[in-house]
Design a protein. Sequence first.
Length: 257
Amino acid sequence: MTRFVTRVDVITMIIQSCILVVVIAKTIKLAVSTKKSIFPFFFALAISSYLLSNFYWIAFECLKPETRIPMACNEISECAMILLLCAGLESILKDKSIIAKEIAFAVFYIGANIALWIAWSGEWFQDILFGIPYVYFLWLLIRGLKSRGSMSRKELWLATTASIIIFAMQIPQFFAKGNVFDLIEGWNFVMMFALTTWLGIISFRRKDFFLASTFFFWTELFMFLSGVPYYYMAFFTNTAALLIMYSLVKKEVAAYG
């Protein structure tokens, strides 16, 4: 079973990596052809960092299968991806108002997730260091969604409440065993997938980069909070989020560059 999972991991990573190569090439072409904004350069570099992380995962799974991956360049690449996405979002964010409750929520929510990651892995330094950029990422998303009206107040409250409930349900799952664990994990997956599907649909329909980035952010958490086989569904939605983000780069350059 473990070898099968490893093979599936490698195959899915290779498929996503091929998609990322195409996205990078097309985004670089757009960046070179326009002088209106540095935004597409940031996006291309962010996706390139994600691709490097995939390359490391593929190499590690092939060379040392069934071995826990240590803190290494994949975390550095993923951290770089988040920071470069943040730089891109900041370059198109017009309203950078500092609102205490937005910052407080970003710190609280990501901090709570970091605590959960530490409880799972026991890796304090790694989880704290590479979790911190997500605080900035989440704050930018909140500021962008609110300032651009990408989501209504009711929708923001719905997304916030659902994400908090989903996180809260991870705590009993951490302590549960056997059939109780399977039941809680299944229920958590249903809730996470429902929120993911909703964010994906409205991202595709409204064609707003901040909304699509929020969809991507949630799929990242979805993967972090999921075990096999649920992880593969989260991985699929993560790839879909990247494609939606790419489809909106040109629009953002034209409208906000």
